[in-house]
Design a protein around this ligand. Structure first.
Ligand SMILES: Nc1ncnc2c1ncn2[C@@H]1O[C@H](COP(=O)(O)OP(=O)(O)OP(=O)(O)O)[C@@H](O)[C@H]1O
Ligand SMILES: [Mg+2]
Length: 904
């Protein structure tokens, strides 16, 4: 690349060996050394390392893998899974049982907790492994300058980040993640985002200094001439030498992992927390009720405590964390395999399903960001090739002088069309000399280059290009039709804006180009936007056309069908944005309804939330504007996703419940996104949403089946407790049947929701209220089936033929069998979708429950559990009748409340 070889022409510091090599990873040492000393210590130069030496250094220092915390061991993971509310509550119940000497109850509870924790930690381990595998697929690269052989000319190339070694010279540009600890050699307008390192959320300025500032406390992140691993470039560019990699970096030495985006507080965590606490409250109420009812009826008795405990345990969906984890991990793996969508944070899958609004960036996401030149116009709208020439001068010299690792697509298009950067086509070999540059940044929306023209000795020529609304206020004059200049009065200004509006409405991306010649001999020291970008003469515009991204229109219409509102938040001109929306089939609203970033600043959060609820397009947004729109939408209670590719999208990506980035996004955007689309087609978003919804639906089905059947049991147990002179089911029996049911429920994690053709589709969130009505209805039905069984058993036991049978044991065995069989029926019939097309794990669960229900009371284990082996033969036909009636009623209610079953 040209700017790489240009830079290499500068004299290099000869590599010298020092007797005692200072340790450049030591903050105290590093903060003392000059740039030259650092280069010497690392035996490198601004021309970069040669490949053979880099190989040797790689062997010596090892790979530059970002330091991650040691993956927790089995025991740690097990201990961690004890921390979830269900395990904690169960453990308390176990302790209560032990306190009243109900040892069997305490033992079964312990077994339940252990099984759930083992399964959960194993599931998490597998999910983490899968996620790590996916992360590798989106691993980043660094731009380095290396020489193929010791004497050869340096070349700039992309290198996997883990191959970097101390001494490598890296180029940093907007959107790059700082790949290692770097001492800057050059920097232009460089600002780095490093909230995790300094706690500041705004980007911090970085510049090259030969002699470092004396830091007050040896605090590396505060030093302006260093870019530390974990930061990312917000604007500008820089070249630096790697001083520490892998375990030697600042972060590794803090023995903390490079922080990722915070995961707490998303829809998923709130939803799961809400559901868990609702259930825990329900469970405690039920236990208290059982205790109170039995005490009132029979006076205080210690044996009701284990029963109350058993009821509480029976109501606890202790497998919920396991089912949630396994379902999410399976969904993520399926998305990766079938649709090339990487879910980097598993709960994001739930949040995708919950998403009600998707905010998306335009350029690079809905459009391809491969602009091609359409026209170059003077301020009056007539073709003028000279304007393109000056735009190319600006693009060429900002690239060169700022040493950007890669040109921005707009600059690339201008350079492709405008040649090597000289406005005079008669002399294309570059008579100009670049002096200084202020690279583009998304807040200023302009780029400036200062050059020297041989025909204008003693002057500097400032060339500015950027968004029309940003360049125009810097202009005081404009080119006339005759090639002269005149003052830019208010009337002209309005005319120019109207021309820009017309061009933008045609879908063109428009850049204004302006210049000024100012006296000056030397390179302007300390070039600032204020000093350079003023009193310019407007030369005209370059208009570029960008194609729509493949599949963007289909993706948007699929999202609309899925009930997701799409909003476009772009840095581009309102009219260009509105036109792109129209071309994509998204209604931008009547003319004048595009909201601008500047306008959002005049509104408070409530006003902006109101506006954001109804408007579709937000244009001329800075990164902060984008993030604020996302924040107010979220604060209004609408789960919000953000889809974007650029460094200007990062704050919004972090602010959203789910951050999604398309293929080809900047490194830092990929690193910050929860979901990465690795395929070309944007329609994968719709599929990811469907997968998220299916996963949530599986979890909800699990909760509904488990809770309705458990609630039924508890109601039946309480009613029977009031009617019978003995405990309707012994605590141990409650727990054993609970254990069987738990095992069967794991199958829900393997359920595959069926295509919901024609059904109303919408965002899915785990919401306690969403299934309370369902659970009550089906719970009552389940209780009715239990009570029917009690009646049948009561009648059988009153017959003369039953004389001599152990009434309690027969009753317990009869109910035990009925319970497991009704639970099998519930799994079979309450699952959404066709009962005939159940996946094998669910078939196995139904068959297993049936077999245990029928055979356990007949097995040698029965007496130990207080179940008898001699159920009267007449019981089975009666049970058959109860089950058939129950199944019929289930089917009836299911058909009646079809909507309630298939939709949350
Ligand atoms: N290299 C550049 N030089 C000068 N001006 C630029 C350059 N790149 C972009 N601009 C101007 O700045 C505006 C904002 O750019 P920004 O990167 O924030 O958003 P965008 O690329 O237009 O859109 P989106 O936010 O949808 O990706 C652009 O519309 C353009 O007018
Ligand atoms: Mg973009």
């Amino acid at each position: 690349m040209a700017w790489g070889s240009e830079a290499s022409a500068r004299p290099a510091a000869p590599p010298q060996l020092t007797a005692a090599r200072p340790d450049t990873t030591d903050p105290a040492v590093l903060s003392r050394l000059t740039t030259l000393e650092v280069l010497r210590a690392l035996e490198t130069s601004p021309r970069g390392l040669d490949e053979p030496r880099a190989q040797r250094l790689l062997e010596r220092y090892g790979e530059n893998t970002p330091p991650t915390a040691h993956p927790p061991g089995r025991l740690r993971r097990f201990a961690r899974s004890l921390r979830d509310p269900f395990s904690a509550v169960l453990l308390v119940l176990g302790v209560v049982s032990a306190a009243v000497s109900a040892w069997a109850t305490a033992a079964v509870i312990t077994v339940l907790v252990v099984i759930s924790c083992v399964l959960r930690s194993a599931g998490e381990h597998r999910a983490e492994r899968a996620a790590a595998g996916l992360r590798e697929l989106v691993a980043a690269t660094a731009t380095v300058r290396r020489r193929p052989a010791p004497g050869a000319e340096p070349r700039v190339r992309e290198l996997p980040v883990d191959q970097l070694v101390p001494g490598d010279v890296v180029l940093l540009g907007p959107g790059d993640v700082v790949p290692a600890d770097v001492r800057l050699l050059r920097a232009t307008g460089l600002t780095v985002h490093q909230p995790a390192l300094t706690g500041e959320s705004a980007p911090v300025t970085r510049n090259a200094r030969d002699t470092p500032d004396a830091p007050p406390s040896g605090d590396l992140p505060g030093q302006r001439h260093l870019c530390l691993q974990g930061g990312s470039v917000a604007t500008g560019s820089g070249t630096g030498v790697v001083v520490a990699t892998g375990a030697g970096t600042f972060w590794a030495r803090q023995s903390r992992p490079v922080p990722r985006r915070t995961t707490g507080g998303t829809v998923f965590h709130q939803a799961l927390g809400g559901v868990s606490w609702t259930l825990i409250r329900l469970m405690l109420c039920a236990a208290a009720l059982v205790l109170a009812a039995h005490t009132v009826l029979r006076g205080p008795a210690l044996d009701t405590v284990p029963l109350a405990v058993a009821v509480a345990v029976a109501l606890t969906p202790e497998m919920l964390p396991v089912v949630v984890n396994v379902s999410l991990a399976r969904g993520a793996v399926r998305l990766a395999r079938e649709h090339a969508v990487m879910v980097r944070r598993l709960p994001a899958l739930h949040d995708l399903g919950a998403m009600e609004v998707l905010c998306t960036d335009k350029t690079g996401t809905l459009t391809r960001d491969r602009p091609v030149l359409h026209s170059a116009l003077d301020p009056w709208g007539r073709p003028d090739p000279e304007v393109l020439g000056w735009a190319a001068v600006n693009a060429h010299w900002t690239l060169h002088l700022a040493e950007l690792p890669a040109p921005d697509p707009l600059d690339e298009a201008i350079l492709r069309a405008g040649g090597p950067g000289d406005p005079d086509p008669g002399d294309p070999c570059g008579r100009l000399t670049g002096l200084a540059a202020l690279p583009f940044d998304p807040v200023r929306r302009r780029a400036t280059a200062v050059v020297r023209e041989p025909d204008h000795p003693g002057t500097h020529t400032v060339v500015v290009k950027g968004a029309v609304e940003e360049v125009l206020p810097c202009c005081t004059r404009l080119r006339t039709e005759a090639g002269g200049e005149r003052a830019l009065d208010e009337a002209r200004r309005l005319e120019v804006l109207a021309l820009a509006e017309r061009q933008a409405s045609a879908g063109l991306r428009l850049l204004a180009v302006a210049m000024a010649r100012r006296p000056g001999r030397t390179v302007p020291a300390g070039l600032t936007p204020d000093s350079a970008e003023r009193e310019l003469t407007l030369l005209g515009f370059v208009a570029l056309r960008d194609e729509l991204a493949p599949g963007a229109a289909e993706a948007l219409s699929a999202l609309a069908r899925q009930g997701i509102a799409v909003k476009v938040l772009t840095g581009d001109h309102p009219a260009t944005a509105a036109r792109a929306c129209r071309d994509l089939g998204l209604d931008p609203g009547p003319p004048g309804t595009v909201v601008t970033g500047a306008h959002t600043e005049t509104l408070d959060d409530a006003e902006l939330a109101e506006l954001a609820a109804t408007r579709t397009v937000f244009a001329r947004c800075t990164p902060a504007h984008k993030a604020r729109v996302v924040e107010v939408l979220r604060a209004a209670g609408r789960p919000t996703g953000f889809l974007g590719d650029g460094v200007n999208d990062l704050p919004a990506l972090h602010a959203a419940d789910v951050g999604i980035c398309p293929l080809g996004a900047a490194d830092v955007t990929r690193a910050g996104a929860d979901v990465v689309l690795a395929g070309k087609d944007l329609t994968a978003i719709g599929r990811a949403v469907t997968c998220g919804r299916d996963t949530t639906r599986n979890i909800t089905t699990y909760l509904r089946v488990v809770l309705s059947s458990n609630l039924g049991n508890v109601i039946a147990m309480m009613v029977a407790g009031l009617l019978l002179p003995f405990l309707p089911m012994l605590p141990l029996q409650v727990l054993v049947q609970n254990l069987c049911f738990d095992a069967a429920q794991l199958a829900f994690a393997f359920d595959r929701a069926e295509p919901r053709a024609g059904a109303r589709d919408g965002p899915t969130v785990l919401r306690p209220r969403a299934f309370t009505a369902f659970v009550l209805r089906f719970g009552a039905l389940n209780a009715a089936a239990d009570l029917g069984t009690f009646a049948a058993l009561g009648w059988l036991l009153s017959l003369p033929s039953a004389a001599g049978l152990d009434t309690h044991a027969v009753f317990h065995a009869g109910w035990f069998t009925e319970n497991l069989l009704t639970q099998a029926l519930v799994i079979w019939l309450l699952r959404p979708g066709s009962a005939r097309r159940m996946p094998p794990p669910l078939v196995a669960a139904v068959a297993g429950l049936t077999a245990i229900g029928l055979l356990l009371p007949l097995s040698p284990l029965a007496p130990a559990l207080g179940l008898t082996a001699t159920l009267p033969g007449a019981y089975y036909p009666l049970l058959g009748v109860v089950l058939v009636v129950y199944a019929g009623a289930l089917g009836f209610i299911r058909a009646r409340y079809r909507g309630a079953i298939s939709i949350l």
